[in-house]
Design a protein around this ligand. Structure first.
Ligand SMILES: [Zn+2]
Length: 310
């Protein structure tokens, strides 16, 4: 027995799971419902489906399946998937997260719960969802050439760019020993350009991070500080969380407590909407370990000034 997931593309966002014999998938009369609640189906969903086989819902299902199968003859459906024998991939990933009691907030990395090939399936699923969003915005996806492939573009942008830091693993940052009489005992400051997105409005957040470290036993390559900071930024963030996450990841990679991070950024949600404050700037900073020491802290913020004057 396989289960079917029916997405009423565009017409209705309900999703219904049913079980039936695989060889009978095209034979409407041979549906077998194995029991209420199977696969998490609400009994009301089953009965409404069962009693509505000739209803507009069922016709919408058949129509959307045909449209997807016959793409590219139906513009707008090229990227859609008709996922007959599986739940939406997002549901499967969510089930794994819930089973492990793992948080999946907008700024959490969930890469270890995503298997090979599933990112592409997420992009496909999201394309269908963005198509529905555009439909609800009453945008003519079929005839407006600029909106034709927008659903696919949005899906790829979210998964591969704006939220890439949720779905990809922590950047490799091999650390090297910093030992012996010639070890580096000073303060290292690295500047990183950040592009992020606020989790409240999904508006761009753009800024600069200055990462300070006083190494103890180990150091990492300079570009790794930047890569780690960008990996943290590429999520739905709050600037307060972002500065903490970067500090935590740098402490983890360098195996030292002595880390400070300063961020200054502009927020699209302040500039493009709401107060429309075009010159607003938000600063956050956090210090750990030796950076709590007043003179060390002063040296760090002096270095921040030097970094930002460049
Ligand atoms: Zn916002």
């Amino acid at each position: 027995m396989d289960s079917i997931s029916v997405n009423y593309s565009g017409a209705d966002s309900d999703v219904i799971y049913l079980n039936w014999p695989e060889e009978k998938t095209n034979d409407l009369d041979s549906f077998i419902i194995l029991g209420e609640g199977n696969d998490g189906v609400e009994s009301s969903q089953i009965s409404s489906f069962w009693s509505g086989l000739s209803s507009p819902k069922w016709n919408a299902y058949k129509e959307s399946k045909k449209l997807v199968e016959e793409a590219p003859y139906h513009p707008g459906y090229e990227g859609a998937v008709f996922n007959d024998f599986a739940k939406p991939i997002s549901e499967k990933i969510k089930e794994r997260l819930l089973k492990s009691s793992k948080r999946f907030n907008a700024n959490d990395n969930i890469s270890e719960f995503i298997k090979d090939g599933e990112i592409e399936l997420l992009v496909d699923e999201l394309t269908g969802k963005f198509a529905s969003v555009l439909d609800t915005l009453v945008i003519d996806r079929q005839n407006d050439p600029n909106s034709h492939d927008t659903a696919k573009r949005l899906a790829k942008m979210y998964i591969y760019e704006l939220m890439d830091g949720r779905y990809t693993k922590r950047p490799d940052a091999t650390s090297f020993p910093n030992e012996g009489s010639d070890r580096f005992e000073g303060m290292l400051c690295v500047r990183a350009e950040l592009t992020s997105m606020c989790s409240h409005h999904h508006q761009p957040v753009r800024g600069i991070a200055v990462i300070g470290i006083i190494p103890t036993g180990r150091v990492i390559g300079l570009s790794k500080y930047v890569r780690i900071a960008q990996w943290c930024a590429r999520r739905g963030q709050l600037q307060e969380d972002l500065v903490n996450q970067i500090a935590k990841e740098i402490m983890h990679a360098t195996d030292t407590e002595n880390v400070a991070v300063y961020i200054q950024a502009t927020h699209g949600c302040m500039e493009n909407r709401g107060v429309e404050a075009h010159s607003s700037l938000t600063q956050t900073s956090v210090v750990h370990g030796l950076f709590h020491n007043d003179s060390v802290k002063a040296e760090f913020f002096n270095n921040v000034k030097l970094q930002l004057s460049k």
